[in-house]
Design a protein around this ligand. Structure first.
Ligand code: FES
Length: 172
């Protein structure tokens, strides 16, 4: 299925479209595997995040235009999933489960240890070296292995505060 690049969402002259060249080709290939353009929204957003590192409102408008959706619909999906970044994040994006079962097992202490060891210092902020962003998320589906965390795509179970410094060093 072919796709047409839409150069610039209205009123954004300096905007550099994502869906050009190889990214546009990749979207075209993705669209051949989905019954509708709307169904390809999640992988289309991955393409944007892969290309830009995060998904801005302008990116959402471009995705909406390319897939024939409304920007509000796209934004609703982006804001629903913690895996999509709505602002720039560090090279290592850390998600920590702090839902009740993990919380009673010390998840908040793991969060504190991560914020300190990474230098991010604050939830959602990026460390001064640009390497780390830490956020809290709901249940990661490993409630028996508190505290589970995701570092980018790496799923790590049974993290405790004392394990955090070594873990962070591993990713430097
Ligand atoms: S509550 Fe933490 S993984 Fe389920």
């Amino acid at each position: 299925m072919s796709v047409t690049a839409h150069p610039t969402p209205a009123g954004t002259e300096e905007y550099q479209p994502v869906f050009v060249g190889a990214t546009l080709e990749a979207l075209g290939e993705i669209l051949t595997r989905y019954p509708t353009r709307q169904a390809a929204l999640l992988p289309a957003l991955w393409l944007v995040q892969g290309a830009r590192g995060w998904i801005s409102d302008r990116n959402m408008a471009e995705v909406a235009e390319v897939l024939g959706l409304t920007p509000a619909y796209v934004k609703g999906v982006v804001t629903f999933y913690t895996m999509y970044h709505q602002h720039p994040v560090g090279r290592h994006f850390v998600q920590v489960c702090t839902t009740s079962p993990c919380n009673v097992c010390g998840a908040e202490d793991v969060v504190r240890a991560l914020l300190e060891a990474t230098g991010a210092n604050e939830l959602g902020a990026t460390s001064p070296d640009g390497n780390w962003t830490v956020i809290e998320v709901e249940c990661l589906g490993a409630c028996g292995f508190a505290t589970p965390i995701l570092v980018n795509d790496d799923f790590i179970e049974s993290v405790t505060p004392d394990k955090v410094p070594d873990l962070v060093r591993k990713y430097k």
